[in-house]
Write a protein that binds this ligand. Structure first.
Ligand code: ATP
Ligand code: MG
Length: 456
């Protein structure tokens, strides 16, 4: 017999990534930061500054501007940006990329940048649509002789019965809708809605009148829709401009066999031309004027921004000035360095001065011993590790002497050593052992400098 285990949603509760403990900026309602809040420790000024940025974004006063998080390695720049995205919620698009991501052989750099710009601009479309909504009580395709004289029969139309709280209705639908219904695998007892003017059909779930029937529990049960079967319904959709680009760039599927094949095979990457984007911008602007849609400028976060080159920076300059533009958050851990793509132009953070001049800069500072200790403690808790106070002290020392990252990285191996040794908590011994097993960057560099070139 086949075992069917319950399929859970793909919540990733068991995985802890580098920033799992960061749940937000941890600000009070008056905008000031608690010393520790939402997993964030210290870095008070930068957090408060980010809080202001979040407020500006939410009140839509910030589009077309850029913020730079500047500070040494491991001072929480990436963590801050992620916290900003938490604070903004899911309705505001947040598109994180790393500077080096745009160098691909497939697309131009500026094209890749543009694509990400458009991923970061949302559009909330509000439409009142005429829909038929209800539980399916009947589903009968009616056949007819093939008008072209072939052998098979064709579906001439589809009879469908829909039941809602207030009444029932029987509809006679076009065969094209039958395809949509088949695609959604609609059966009697499902709750569906059909858009009157486009014929698009969506299966909402299984009617809860059937909730007791035998099934695999993979179903979502929904109540029978209120009101009449035929009604007007406001549908709010959140899309990004990039979604619109993609949807319109892909060749629209017809009903011939080639487009069927095309759908089965891997979708080919179709180019989004500038012309298409302009067309879409035009339509979007019209929607905005007509109050059908609302622009939601989101955030484009470019980590390690010094990896961009001079062409990209010039492009960024221009893109920020366009009327439809997101908020751009940059992060860099470089001080003065050459701008990529130039021979010898040295600039702060590797960003050309003309761009830098229009950016708000938020500095991040190194952590004190106490702060490091609290961060290590928060991390240990997130990873579910028990650690004794002296061991915590010892790991934190590394946070100050070497780097916060090194300290945090020692935690997991130390916990494994503790488990192997049959201990419930990480103790000083394990930390000491880990220090010898895994050396930090500085010690490693020293070994190399002492003339050990590994191959000789
Ligand atoms: N104030 C903080 N509170 C809690 N955790 C922090 C804090 N600052 C940094 N961390 C954690 O320390 C680690 C390193 O921080 P992060 O990756 O944000 O550094 P960064 O400034 O982006 O460094 P880099 O310049 O090398 O990219 C991460 O796991 C991060 O979650
Ligand atoms: Mg980073």
């Amino acid at each position: 017999m086949v075992q069917i285990s319950e399929v859970k949603g793909n919540t990733r509760e068991n995985r802890t990534a580098a920033h799992t403990h960061i749940k937000g900026l941890g600000l009070r309602s008056d905008g000031y930061a608690e010393t520790t809040g939402a997993g964030f420790v210290g870095q008070i000024a930068a957090r408060e500054a980010c809080g202001v940025v979040v407020d500006l974004i939410k009140s839509k006063k910030m589009s077309g501007r850029a913020v730079l998080l500047a500070g040494g390695p491991g001072t929480g720049k990436t963590a801050l940006a992620l916290a900003v995205s938490h604070e903004l919620g899911t309705k505001v698009p947040f598109c994180p990329i790393v500077g080096s991501e745009i160098y691909s052989t497939e697309v131009k750099k500026t094209e890749a940048l543009m694509e990400n710009f458009r991923r970061a601009i949302g559009l909330r479309v509000r439409e009142t649509k005429e829909v038929y909504e209800g539980e399916v009580t009947e589903l009968t395709p009616e056949e007819a002789e093939n008008p072209l004289g072939g052998y098979g029969k064709t579906i001439s139309h589809l009879l469908i019965g829909l039941k809602s709280y207030r009444g029932t209705k029987k509809l006679r639908l076009d065969p094209s809708i039958y395809e949509a219904i088949q695609k959604e695998r609609v059966t009697v007892g499902d709750v569906i809605y059909i858009e009157a003017n486009t014929g698009a059909c969506k299966r909402v779930g299984r009617s809860d009148a059937y909730a007791t029937e035998f099934d695999l529990e993979a179903e979502e049960y929904v109540p029978i829709p209120k009101g009449d079967v035929h009604k007007k319904k406001e549908i709010v959709q959140d899309v990004t401009l990039h979604d619109l680009d993609i949807a319109n760039a892909r060749p629209q599927g017809g009903q011939d066999i080639m487009s069927m094949m095309g759908q089965l095979m891997k979708p080919k990457k179709t180019e989004i031309t500038d012309k298409l984007r302009q067309e879409i911008n035009k339509v979007v602007n019209r929607y905005i004027d007509q109050n059908i849609a609302e622009l939601v400028p989101g955030v484009l976060f470019i980590d390690e921004v010094h990896m961009l080159d001079i062409e990209c920076f010039t492009y960024l300059n221009r893109a920020l000035e366009s009327t439809i533009s997101p908020i751009v958050i940059l992060a860099s851990n470089r001080g003065r360095c050459t701008i990529r793509g130039t021979e010898d132009i040295i600039a702060a953070h590797g960003i050309p001065p003309d761009l830098l001049a229009r950016i708000l800069i938020i500095p991040t500072v190194a952590y004190t011993a106490d702060e490091v200790k609290t961060i290590v403690r928060v991390r240990a808790k997130t990873e579910g590790l028990a650690i004794t106070e002296p061991a915590l002290e010892k790991i934190s020392e590394h946070g100050v002497k070497v780097s916060l990252r090194y300290a945090l990285q020692l935690l997991t191996p130390a916990s494994i050593l503790a488990r192997v040794g049959g201990k419930k908590e990480i103790d000083v011994d394990e930390v000491g052992e880990c220090e010898d097993l895994f050396i930090d960057a500085r010690r490693s560099a020293r070994i190399v400098d002492e003339g050990d070139n590994f191959i000789s």
